[in-house]
Design a protein around this ligand. Structure first.
Ligand SMILES: [Mn+2]
Length: 439
């Protein structure tokens, strides 16, 4: 799927976004939907801006990701208005003239002063104003009506064909980075060097990434959101766990790979986790409750722990006793799209919580899978000293083969993560398809 093909799908996407807005406005009693892109924020007592991140509800309408102080105003039946902020600025490069497949679908009003947006936005009627508090203009204070937002968030779980096309491109963009990272690991690089290789291969800077890359050598893989990139080159390169994505037109990819150094026990673990991960990807089917997949994942990982002689216990007992959670202390995955962790993974259309299974507080997706959803499938097995110490203090400690655990501790852990599109039939693995296309 090329970028041009994605463009051809844009009009139907906008039609869907408008239809969702129509339904949300009608259901919750509003006449107009106003969406603020957001504002650039400055450091305290300084004039340096923080990285700008666009309101996801703004970029749902059109692929503008670097445009602070802009607005969309939509009234059902009318062409949506885009208030497009283009300052006369010689300190920074201002936004270019509007261009792209979306331009003809908007009534575009260019402003050079953020306050001038007020001249182009509806002042009467019942207005739902979506935005962060800082985006407020006099008379246009975001009210973020909960019911309306819940509705829009929920329906973002179902991707349009345009969104799927762009998300495939986001996969394609990330995969060369993963291949380059692996090569840098094999060549003995530091975490910082591996990260740099990833950025170069994907044509991104840190600011372009949909989330900060997680680049872990050795034991650092046991910290789930390890936030550093060390410049130190370790004496041994045992393992690389890299969780890194890419952005295309505001849509994220989120891919994790783990590589070993030939150690037989660690390689067996990586292969076993990957086998279960692939089986779980195959279970992304319409009508399946994602919570059941998460619990199925625990049983499968319990079986891996038993087969590899790490824990000698029945997998069902391991799940019930929380032993699998020692080694797999996060959720199976989450919805993804305009946000890496897309909203509304555990609420219904009215914002009501769809509860997580007891004892699984970190699961980010509890909805039943349906065609159009894209979710990550990211099982892992980690050797986390604090959690292992807690397990050691329980009666289940005797089921653990601590010498195997000691052997694997310096490798940190394993996580394998793909994005999977739930369809009417067989699932589409966006990530594996991207790797295959570049092989
Ligand atoms: Mn993820």
């Amino acid at each position: 799927m090329s970028a041009i093909a994605a463009n051809s799908l844009y009009p139907a996407h906008l039609h869907s976004i408008k239809a969702r807005a129509d339904a949300a406005l009608q259901k919750h009693g509003f006449d107009h939907l106003l969406v603020a892109s957001g504002v650039e924020k400055l450091e305290f007592l300084d004039d340096r801006p923080y990285p700008f991140k666009t309101n996801a509800q703004f970029k749902a309408w059109l692929p503008l990701t670097h445009h602070a102080s802009s607005w969309i105003a939509y009234t059902p039946g009318l062409k949506p208005v885009l208030v497009y902020y283009q300052p006369d600025d010689y300190w920074h490069v201002p936004p270019t003239q509007p261009e792209g497949a979306w331009v003809e679908h908007f009534d575009i009003r260019i402003i050079s002063d953020p306050a001038d947006a007020a001249k182009h936005l509806p002042t009467s009627g019942r207005r739902a104003i979506i935005g962060e508090p800082d985006a407020a203009l006099p008379g246009f204070e975001p009210n973020n009506p909960k019911g309306l937002l819940d509705y829009l968030h929920y329906h973002r779980g179902y991707k349009t064909p345009y969104e799927l096309a762009v998300m495939r491109l986001a996969q394609r963009r990330a995969v060369p980075g993963h291949l380059a990272a692996r090569a840098a690991f094999k060549a003995g690089a530091s975490e910082a060097q591996i990260h740099a290789a990833y950025l170069a291969a994907t044509g991104q800077t840190d600011l372009d990434l949909p989330y900060s890359n997680i680049v872990c050598l050795n034991r650092n893989g046991a910290t789930l959101h390890y936030q550093y990139k060390s410049n130190d080159v370790p004496s041994q390169h045992r393992s690389l766990l890299i969780d890194a994505g890419a952005d295309v037109d505001g849509y994220a990819s989120d891919i994790t790979r783990t590589w070993g150094n030939g150690d037989a026990r660690f390689e067996s673990l990586v292969n076993a986790v990957e086998n279960e991960q692939q089986a779980l990807c195959g279970l992304v089917r319409a009508g399946t409750d994602y919570r059941d997949l998460h619990l199925e994942c625990h049983l499968r990982l319990g079986n891996v722990l038993r087969t590899l002689e790490i824990v000698d216990m029945d997998p069902g007992q391991m799940l019930d006793a929380g032993v699998t959670s020692t080694f797999f202390p996060h959720g199976l995955g989450h919805p993804i799209g305009l946000q890496v962790h897309d909203v509304a993974g555990f609420t219904d259309e009215d914002g009501t919580l769809i509860p997580r299974p007891a004892g699984h507080p970190y699961l980010r997706m509890t909805r039943t899978l349906a065609p159009g959803m894209v979710v990550t499938i990211e099982p892992g097995i980690y050797f986390i000293p604090t959690l292992l110490a807690k397990l050691k203090a329980t009666p289940h400690a005797k089921a653990v083969n601590w010498s195997n655990v000691e052997h694997l501790l310096p490798f940190g852990g394993v996580r394998i993560e793909d994005e999977v599109h739930c369809t009417e039939g067989a699932p589409e693995n966006l990530t594996r398809d991207a790797f295959a296309a570049l092989a």
